[in-house]
Design a protein around this ligand. Structure first.
Ligand code: MIG
Length: 755
């Protein structure tokens, strides 16, 4: 095995906004993207193409400023100091006032073993690591190691790695400081947070390609996420209907069965917005077809769903069945749209349809062709598109490494295949749906996928352990720029006990995407399958979700604007509080600005929770708690421990059966008594079009002013008229009044006083 080290800086050249440092083995290119974002690309041989699937920003174009003193090159920005040592070439990042954030290990720095490149970095005392997207294990990833290699992780366990998605981005925390690091390399990549190194160093790298990373220097976790999502993009506003309750199953076997389930929701007054068709709606699993017997009249079927205020999401897999006469096969073969072997033959792998070819989503013409084929689904009225098996998965899970996508071999692009399928799906269906927002859901992803799609955490299992793991996965994805996440509520594999189903639904209320899904041949999972009492409890959870939708939608707007996720690991707001990383508390999170959720397993009826500094109220009872300590609280199946922050403001509404119903027009502003003023950014739009990009929204601050004893609604901005006609303030934890009389809702400033 050939071993190389980076060696000494031999020459330094400035090329406009880039500093190029040449060693005997490689070149290091340094560029500044913003004061808090510096890129270092160690490349060997120099890669001039410099393309990225993830990054959507360009570096600052002004000439890079640096000073050379003896053996050092120093780059100062308003937010970071980069000190580069020339012999040997090493990089060290500091705050502007000289506190060390992160640096190369002085001995090993960057090394190569054949094509594999690894960066060894000094571990700091008590350093913690969070993020890395869809990874099992603890919130604090210290002493663990991970591989990024998108995998169909059938039946994954609570320590399995890798899973379906790759987000090679983490945040380091030590000495009251924070930094972030994004390794933008799509090859199989490796992160070792001091797992087996006697605490000497941590490392990151990849099988091949450049040691190409972006360093983030913001001094809050929220600031780092904001910068990372500035660099890699943020989500658009999701269609409002996708935030309602979603009912899925592998599979509802006929249009009639889907309609029956949908009407049962309406009959029982259990709110729901979305039904799914898993793979059995197709003719022989051929993508873009409908089964001629069981889904004989798609338009008719969709019209009936529509009349019940339901939307439909249909699954699509990448594998195109090898079968002459099947349109996608014929066109794809004729035009050379599929992945090939090096001799030009189309690669064949087996999945659901049998022998399949795989579209080359790295080509624009292929993406356009793929996108246009969705007319088979959009014409009858489908608006949601579920991308599965795009790791890409083939039976027996070993696509040969000689498979080529254009001029690239599989190992180089595997981790971005799913992302490109999701992009093609999003862009294609967006064109077909006119001004309507498509909903795209993908299983495989890479950094930046948040621009196109939501994700779910694949094939989890109906166990308590997976309920807790799911909470950590959602939160870790949120730390990594992917905020729109769901887990299969109830657990995909196996059958949940009624208690687990009830408990998991109560958590589903507080996840970005709330979808009930189950494996083939498992027990039916709809809310009415567990007896009348449990049905009532599950219904309560779903109703709570619909009550919270105005708050949730405005929280999604925050994500759209800043990248801050919907479900927020406590590491975002309470970064330097060691307690939140403890095993007992690491699953807790904030849902939006105000609500703290403590996931609880189904087998216990009391729970240990940790409330960070400040004051908190249990939302079900308004009982007050002093933060900064742990509590043992009641956690019966009908009352998941959820706490509101003192001074917190959330917006609720009456329960409707679907997001498409108008509701009673009353905006409820809930406020929990607290010692300081606070505000919430309320946001509303039509929930379905892109008109908000042209100003068709309704946005205002809702301020709790404890000195003036007032709730103030600032002047509303935007041209959209709110659906609310009245506003009612609901006070929690105040001595005097609980619920004020509703008053007329106005877009001009409103001041509502309480005693
Ligand atoms: O080989 O479409 O993760 O949600 O129900 C299994 C059938 C394929 C895997 C997905 C799951 C879906 C299932 N799919």
């Amino acid at each position: 095995m050939e071993f190389k080290t980076l060696g000494n800086a031999q020459s330094i050249q400035q090329q406009s906004n880039k500093l190029i440092i040449v060693t005997a083995e490689a070149e290091a290119h340094v560029t500044v993207y913003s004061p808090a974002v510096i890129r270092i690309n160690v490349t060997q041989p120099p890669d001039n193409a410099d393309t990225s699937f993830a990054v959507i920003q360009e570096p600052d174009s002004s000439p890079i400023q640096y000073t050379e003193i003896d053996d050092e090159i120093i780059i100062n920005t308003a937010a970071l100091t980069l000190r580069i040592t020339k012999t040997p070439l090493r990089f060290a990042f500091y705050t502007p006032d000289g506190q060390l954030l992160s640096r190369d290990d002085e001995r090993f720095g960057v090394t190569w073993q054949n094509s594999k490149v690894i960066n060894h970095r000094q571990l700091q005392s008590q350093e913690k690591f969070i993020g890395l997207g869809e990874k099992t294990g603890n919130l604090n990833r210290r002493s663990s190691s991970y591989v990024n290699w998108n995998t169909d992780a059938v039946n994954y366990a609570s320590a399995s790695d890798p899973l379906y998605e790759s987000f090679p981005f983490f945040i380091g925390i030590h000495s009251g400081l924070t930094y972030g690091l994004f390794l933008d390399n799509t090859h199989k990549s490796y992160f070792d947070f001091g797992a087996s190194t006697d605490d000497q160093f941590m490392s990151l790298g990849a099988d091949d390609g450049d040691l190409n990373y972006y360093f983030f220097g913001a001094q809050t976790v929220a600031g780092i996420i904001e910068d990372y999502t500035w660099l890699t993009g943020r989500m658009k506003m999701p269609p409002l209907w996708s935030l309602g309750y979603q009912q899925c199953r592998w599979s509802y076997m006929s249009a009639q069965e889907v309609l029956d389930v949908a009407s049962k929701f309406r009959e029982l007054n259990i709110p729901a917005d979305v039904m799914y068709c898993d793979i059995d709606y197709m003719e022989g699993f051929k993508i873009f077809t409908w089964n001629k017997e069981t889904f004989a009249e798609p338009k008719h079927f969709l019209d009936k769903l529509k009349a019940m205020n339901f939307k439909l999401v249909t699954i699509v897999d990448p594998g195109i069945k090898v079968e002459e006469g099947y349109q996608q096969y014929d066109e794809g073969v004729e035009r050379g749209y599929f992945a090939t072997y090096p001799n030009g033959e189309n690669y064949v792998g087996e999945v659901w349809p049998g022998r399949c070819h795989f579209p080359d989503f790295f080509r624009e013409d292929v993406c356009e062709w793929w996108g246009a084929a969705f007319t088979a689904l959009t014409e009858p009225g489908v608006e949601g598109f579920w991308n599965d098996m795009n790791e890409p998965a083939v039976w027996n899970q070993n696509m040969p490494s000689i498979v080529k996508f254009g001029d690239k071999f599989m190992p180089e692009v595997r981790n971005v295949y799913g992302m490109q399928m999701a992009r093609a799906t999003y862009e294609g269906t967006r064109k077909l749906l006119g001004n309507k927002r498509p909903f795209v859901l993908t299983r495989a992803a890479y950094s930046g996928t948040q621009r196109y799609s939501a994700v779910w955490t694949g094939d989890n299992t109906a166990t308590d352990e997976h309920l807790l793991l799911g909470a950590r996965l959602v939160n870790s994805l949120g730390l990594s720029g992917m905020a729109n996440v769901g887990v299969d509520i109830g657990g995909f594999s196996g059958n949940p006990t009624p208690e687990l189903m009830v408990r998991w639904n109560s958590l589903g209320t507080y996840t970005p995407m709330y979808r009930n899904h189950a494996i083939q041949f498992s027990d039916y999972r709809e809310p009415w399958q567990y007896g009348p009492e449990n049905q009532e409890l599950i219904k309560k959870s779903i109703e709570q979700r619909y009550r919270l939708l105005p708050y949730l939608y405005a929280t999604f707007y925050q994500t759209h604007q800043t990248g801050l996720p919907v479900c927020r690991s406590l590491a975002i707001d309470y970064t330097h509080d060691d307690n939140i990383y403890l095993e007992d508390y690491q699953n807790q999170f904030l849902f939006g600005d105000t609500l703290l959720v403590a996931p609880v397993v189904s087998k216990v009826l009391t729970a240990k929770v940790y409330l960070p500094k400040g004051k908190w109220y249990r939302i079900s009872t308004d009982e007050k708690f002093e933060g900064g300590r742990e509590y043992e609280v009641d956690a019966p199946l009908n009352d998941l421990p959820v706490f509101a922050k003192a001074s917190g403001v959330i917006i609720m509404q009456e329960v409707t059966q679907s997001t498409q119903e108008a509701g009673n027009g009353i905006m409820e502003i809930h406020v929990w008594n607290g010692p300081e003023s606070n505000s919430f950014l309320y946001y509303e739009d039509d929930g379905s079009s892109y008109d908000y990009e042209q100003g068709a929204y309704h946005k205002r601050l809702i301020i709790y002013d404890h000195l003036k004893k007032s709730i103030i609604l600032s002047d509303a901005e935007g041209s959209y008229t709110s659906k609310f006609t009245q506003v009612q303030v609901v006070l929690h934890g105040f001595e005097q009044v609980a619920m004020l009389e509703p008053v007329k809702y106005s877009k001009d400033e409103m001041v509502i006083r309480y005693r």
